[in-house]
Design a protein around this ligand. Structure first.
Ligand SMILES: [Zn+2]
Ligand SMILES: [Zn+2]
Length: 262
């Protein structure tokens, strides 16, 4: 049995629909070895309703630590999914540095003052080749800051099925090389199955490129409902193996440890 982790889970501290215990129950039922919480932290000028209130970060971590102490039969990790916003690097570092975190997921949800995952309008009448190129560049730039351990849904721009005209293979190759240089992992995010995309991020057709370039990987559900914990994991882990991966990335106190998947 492959060692399974699910590090991307949203609770009522951001835009999820359950409390920690609800997700824990589902993770145990599905035989997950490690569960990690990763509520949104979005340091825009005004508080976003889908983001944790920064003043509650200590309470959030304390509650997860308490849950850890009460549940010894599953490993529980503390994370956050942080929006990469250019210019906010120092603020992100400052807000997160004293928290007892196991990992940070860095995600790009905003581009050119627009939100890439709120609605398809963002894509209309846009040069999709340029848009994909800019998005991939932003993910590389986020990785370069070394603020993050895992890059979230690295090709989220596929969400509404607006695809580039040109073959994007080279974009994936450059992205993988940049992520390797920055020493960050990627996630296979299975929540794309619940979106118009109906597929995982990144595109399974290019997953082998990340494996060839030596970018560590983990599988995450990006669950916003307790029942979605570890969703589609059999398929995702099969893809990881097919892409040539021999090990998975696990995280504890911001240190990565590789676990064999054989
Ligand atoms: Zn996200
Ligand atoms: Zn998420």
């Amino acid at each position: 049995m492959i060692y399974r982790t699910d590090y991307h889970i949203h609770t009522i501290y951001s835009d999820g629909q359950g409390i920690f215990e609800d997700y824990l129950g589902h993770a145990m039922k599905k035989g997950i070895n490690e569960i990690g919480f990763s509520d949104h932290l979005t340091l825009t000028e005004t508080q976003q309703k889908w983001s944790i209130i920064p003043g509650l970060l200590n309470e959030y971590c304390d509650k997860i630590l308490d849950l850890k102490n009460k549940n010894r039969n599953i490993i529980i990790r503390i994370g956050l999914e942080v929006d990469y916003l250019p210019g906010k690097e120092e603020e992100i570092a400052r807000v997160t540095e004293n928290l007892p975190l196991d990992y940070l997921i860095g995600s790009v949800h905003y581009m050119n003052n627009g939100s890439v995952d709120l609605g398809p309008e963002f894509y209309e009448k846009k040069d999709l080749d340029k848009l994909y190129e800019s998005y991939f560049e932003l993910v590389s730039r986020a990785a370069e800051t070394e603020l993050f351990d895992i890059m979230g849904h690295p090709d989220l721009v596929r969400i509404f099925r607006y695809f580039p005209a040109n073959n994007p293979e080279q974009l994936y190759r450059s992205l993988a090389q940049n992520l390797k240089k920055s020493d960050v992992a990627i996630e296979i995010n299975t929540n794309g199955m619940n979106k118009p995309l109906s597929d995982f991020y990144p595109d399974p057709a290019y997953l082998h490129i990340f494996s060839e370039e030596g970018v560590p990987v983990c599988v995450n559900s990006d669950s916003h409902r307790p029942g979605d914990t570890a969703q589609y994991f059999d398929d995702a882990y099969a893809l990881v193996k097919k892409a040539g991966y021999k090990e998975m990335a696990t995280f504890e106190k911001r240190k990565r440890k590789m676990v064999s998947i054989k």
